[in-house]
Design a protein. Structure first.
Ligand SMILES: NC(=O)c1ccc[n+]([C@@H]2O[C@H](COP(=O)([O-])OP(=O)(O)OC[C@H]3O[C@@H](n4cnc5c(N)ncnc54)[C@H](OP(=O)(O)O)[C@@H]3O)[C@@H](O)[C@H]2O)c1
Length: 244
C-alpha cells in the first residue's frame, strides 16, 4: 500500500533535479504524475527514467497558454488533481546597482506570477482535501549577496500560501511552501561557478549539499496525508543552513 495510491499529481519543472526525484518517489508510492518542462528532450528522458504512470507535458510555467494546455491534458487524461507541486523556478545572481528590468521580470514572471497562475488554473480540477505546495528557497530569509530579486520573488510564495489556504479552507485544501537550501542539481551548474558552489557548500553544517532525494522525501510528506495538519508553513529543508 503506497502513501499516494490512486492520487494524481502535477509537478511543474519536473524534468530535472528535486522535482524529478520527487516525481519518481510519488510514482513509487502509487501516484500518477504529470511533469512539465520547456525542453522536450529533457522531458522525454525524465519520462523514460520514471518509467510508468507518468505523462510529460512540454510548456513554460510562466506562459498562461502553456498552463491552459497542461491542465487541458490533465483534465482529458485523468479529470482531477490531488497534488500540485509548483516547482518551476529561476534565479540568476545580480547585485543591487546592476539589476536590470529583464533580471527582475524573469524572476517574478516565473517564480511569483507563473506560480500564482499555475495554482489558479489547477483549482477547477482540484479534489477537496488536496495538497498544494510550491518551491521557495531559504534565500527568502537570508541576505545572500546578488540574490535579492530571486529572494523577493520566492518570499511572495508564503504570502500566497497564507491567503489561499484561508480562501480554500472550505475545501480542505492545504497550501505550503517547501524551501530548499543548497541542493546539488543541474540549475546550480547554470547559475554558480565552482567558487560560488564551494562558498554555498561551506554554509551547510554538514559541509555537503543536499541531494534531490532528500527533498523528495519531504515533498512526499507534504503531498501525503502524513502532513494532514501542516498548513501555511514554509518548511526549510536545508540541513540547518538557515538556523545558524
Ligand atoms: N538547487 C538549489 O540549491 C535550490 C535551492 C533553493 C530553491 N531552488 C528552487 O528549486 C526549484 C527547482 O530547482 P532544481 O535545483 O531542482 O533545478 P533543475 O535541476 O535545474 O530543474 C529545473 C526544472 O525546471 C524546469 N523549468 C525551468 N524553467 C521552467 C519554466 N519556465 N517552465 C517550466 N519548467 C521550467 C527545467 O526544465 P526546462 O529547462 O526544460 O524548462 C527543469 O525540469 C526552482 O524553483 C529553484 O528556484 C533550488
Amino acid at each position: 500500500m503506497g502513501k499516494l495510491d490512486g492520487k494524481v499529481a502535477v509537478i511543474t519543472g519536473g524534468s530535472s533535479g528535486m522535482a524529478l526525484a520527487s516525481a519518481k518517489r510519488f510514482v513509487e508510492e502509487g501516484a500518477y504524475v504529470f511533469i512539465t518542462g520547456r525542453r522536450q528532450e529533457a522531458l522525454d528522458e525524465a519520462v523514460k527514467q520514471i518509467g510508468r504512470n507518468v505523462t510529460g507535458v512540454r510548456g513554460d510555467a510562466a506562459n498562461l497558454d502553456d498552463l491552459d494546455r497542461l491542465f487541458d491534458t490533465v483534465k482529458r487524461e485523468k479529470g482531477k488533481i490531488d497534488i500540485l507541486y509548483a516547482s518551476a523556478g529561476t534565479g540568476e545572481a545580480l547585485p543591487l546597482g546592476q539589476i536590470t528590468e529583464q533580471h527582475f521580470d524573469a524572476a517574478f514572471d516565473l517564480n511569483a506570477r507563473g506560480t500564482l497562475f499555475t495554482v489558479q488554473k489547477a483549482l477547477p480540477l482540484f479534489n477537496d482535501g488536496g495538497s498544494i505546495f510550491m518551491t521557495g528557497s531559504i534565500a527568502s530569509i537570508k541576505g545572500f549577496p546578488g540574490f535579492s530579486v530571486y529572494a523577493a520573488s520566492k518570499a511572495a510564495l508564503l504570502a500566497f500560501a497564507r491567503g489561499w489556504l484561508n480562501e480554500l479552507k472550505g475545501r480542505n485544501i492545504r497550501v505550503n511552501v517547501l524551501s530548499p537550501g543548497q541542493i546539488a542539481t543541474p540549475i546550480q551548474e547554470q547559475v554558480f561557478d565552482e567558487e560560488t558552489k564551494r562558498q554555498f557548500e561551506s554554509l551547510v553544517p554538514r559541509g555537503k549539499m543536499g541531494r534531490p532525494e532528500e527533498i523528495a522525501t519531504v515533498a512526499l510528506f507534504l503531498a501525503s496525508d502524513d502532513s494532514s495538519f501542516v498548513n501555511g508553513v514554509e518548511l526549510y529543508v536545508d540541513g540547518g543552513t538557515s538556523a545558524i
